[in-house]
Design a protein. Sequence first.
Length: 307
Amino acid sequence: MVRLYLLRRLWDTALTILAMSMVVFVAVRVLPADPVLLLAGEYARPGELEAIRAELGLDRPIAVQYVTWLSEAAHGRLGKSIRTQREVSEIFLQRLPATVELALSALLLGLLLGLPVGIVSAVRRNTGLDRTVRVLAVTSHSTPNFFLGMLLILLFAVSLGWLPSFGMGGWRHALLPTITLSTYVISLVSRVTRASMLEVLDADYVRTARAKGLSERLVIWRHALRNALIPIITVVGLQFGNLVGGAIVTETVFAWPGIGTAAYQAILERDYPIIQAIVLYVAVGVALTNLVVDVLYSKLQPQVRFG
């Protein structure tokens, strides 16, 4: 049963990645501005433009370009950057560690703050603390990353001069972008944790544990939280894609040298191979993360069956 489920999920994952690659391949080609004109310059002659377009394979029908690119991608060849002529895989692998560092730091901070805040909010439901936490969660959830990032730069880098405002270096460089990227995770994890804990705190087995004389701390951490983890793990797993997507904005604001900055620059320059490769890699990562989350369900809750 487990093997059949995994095979079915892998098949669904492959179809999802294929559909995503097709959408992105077509979408980047309908963007305004011609990458050949950007590459050759404003005063290039028509013959020069056609020669560059033929060299890059952009003169062929989109369907032919897509099949060719997909065939090359299946063999691990994602092409070269139109602008720099560097291998796309080389650019991606060079930028990936910075994005992974930022995303994991934001996810870890989101869990360290979001879980206890959500638990306390559920235990002290309908109190002033609970209402304050909910207001702050909704506010941080609604605040755009670029706006929060600029506020943090203005306060801690410009006004106080405590932290650097751009670039990658030690922990001081990573602090502001990590806080910016983690606010969405903190708010979401705290709200999901609160809702899930409220549901299990009223369950019969929790009341039974209390009736046996167990301490409130033991009831919450051993009995309630374990059974409330399923939706929390789902949220954490899905946050991988959101963090990478949010990293495009956050990395741009803080000049963080990750794949988000590379994607932003590639979009400005209409560098098709880089955009396609980044979306493909991210889609694979998100799909595999969701698969791992699904498998973890059965480990945490034996009553969850593979369907």
